[in-house]
Design a protein around this ligand. Structure first.
Ligand code: URA
Length: 230
């Protein structure tokens, strides 16, 4: 038996407070009857729960967002280092990280249980934009901005796709890339003589970190999952 409000959250309907107002608004039915009490216990395998008349189930894709702190490696297991999996509540331990952030990089990291979605999201063909905030040595110049726009050639000869560099002032920039090569942003900045000292991913596609505190997770709702690939 499971509480109705928890079931609705697990289905990706919304956050706990969103679920509360959805219930209050009378948009949920259980076995055909309107239900406003989130504490009601259900046999969720057999009960028919609907939102706005649409049946809900936990079989849908689960995607969560973590605001990753520094000091955790993006891996499902590691013998020596702390992994991002340690930051997830037990219910989400089966999910896999979508791409990776370096150990010292902070910010937006997605996880999903849907392998096909994961591969589509990290594919360079999809070209999903990722926005990073960097603190770095030196100050980005108009020549650096033009070189990013052109597509950088890294020190080891790797060619990057065109990217956006927005100087925010001395030693601070926003960088937008549509691919995910190893240490990409740090290497791009280094190729222009600007060593990165701090890096945070702030957005991925239509998603931003918003007010999610560092070290916390939140589950995406259906609409957010659909918008991920747009
Ligand atoms: N680019 C980097 O250099 N590091 C990250 O963690 C992500 C993008």
């Amino acid at each position: 038996m499971e509480r109705l409000d928890k079931f609705l959250c697990d289905c990706g309907v919304g956050t706990r407070s969103q679920v509360k107002s959805i219930l209050k608004a009378g948009r949920v039915t259980v076995d055909g009857k309107p239900e406003k009490d989130g504490s009601r216990k259900l046999a969720t395998e057999t009960a028919q729960v609907c939102l706005d008349g649409e049946p809900l189930g936990k079989t849908g894709t689960v995607v969560i967002m973590l605001n990753k702190p520094a000091g955790y490696v993006t891996a499902t297991v590691d013998r020596e280092q702390k992994t991002v999996m340690e930051l997830l509540p037990a219910t989400y331990k089966g999910l896999n990280p979508v791409g990776r952030l370096d150990k010292e990089t902070e910010g937006l990291l997605l996880f999903t249980d849907d392998g096909d979605l994961l591969h589509r999201l990290i594919s360079p063909k999809k070209g999903i934009a990722k926005v990073y905030y960097a603190k770095h040595e030196g100050t980005a110049t108009p020549e650096d901005v033009a070189a990013f726009e052109e597509g950088l050639l890294l020190r080891d000869g790797t060619k990057c796709l065109p990217a956006k560099l927005e100087p925010l002032g001395a030693g601070e920039s926003l960088i937008t890339v549509c691919e995910g090569k190893y240490h990409q942003v740090r290497r791009m900045m280094a190729s222009r003589g600007m060593t990165v000292t701090y890096l945070e991913r702030r957005a991925e596609g239509s998603l931003t970190l918003g007010a999610l505190p560092r070290g916390e997770i939140r589950q995406l709702n259906k609409e957010e999952i659909e918008n991920l690939e747009k």
